[in-house]
Design a protein around this ligand. Structure first.
Ligand code: SF4
Ligand code: SF4
Length: 92
């Protein structure tokens, strides 16, 4: 039977731990959902964002649009479509 020396074993444990941490960090980053918000001072309530949102996450209020993040799928279409650049992305 092959015996593993202590130094080699510790190196192996350290490498495995680093790999695991890196992997879980990568998965967490991939799962992080982009959050979109409306800058109320720029919004002119035109409704274009609402018409392009396939998730039905946008509603128009009396003065500006609002995004319901529980419905939003973070596609970014509203941000691209807004003529006033009133929609911006933030990290979750
Ligand atoms: S497209 Fe832009 S300006 Fe128009 S309602 Fe949406 S956020 Fe407001
Ligand atoms: S990012 Fe996509 S799903 Fe979310 S509000 Fe904008 S258009 Fe709708």
């Amino acid at each position: 039977m092959v015996r593993m020396n202590r130094r080699y074993f510790l190196k192996l444990v350290a490498l495995s731990t680093c790999g695991y941490i890196g992997y879980t960090k990568l998965i967490a980053e991939q799962d992080a959902k982009a959050v979109y918000k409306v800058d109320e001072s720029l919004c002119i309530n035109c409704g274009i964002c609402m018409s392009v949102c396939e998730a039905g996450a946008i509603t128009l209020g009396k003065k500006h649009a609002s995004i319901d993040m529980s419905k939003c799928i973070s596609c970014g279409k509203c941000k691209d479509a807004c003529p006033k650049e009133a929609i911006y992305e933030t990290s979750s």
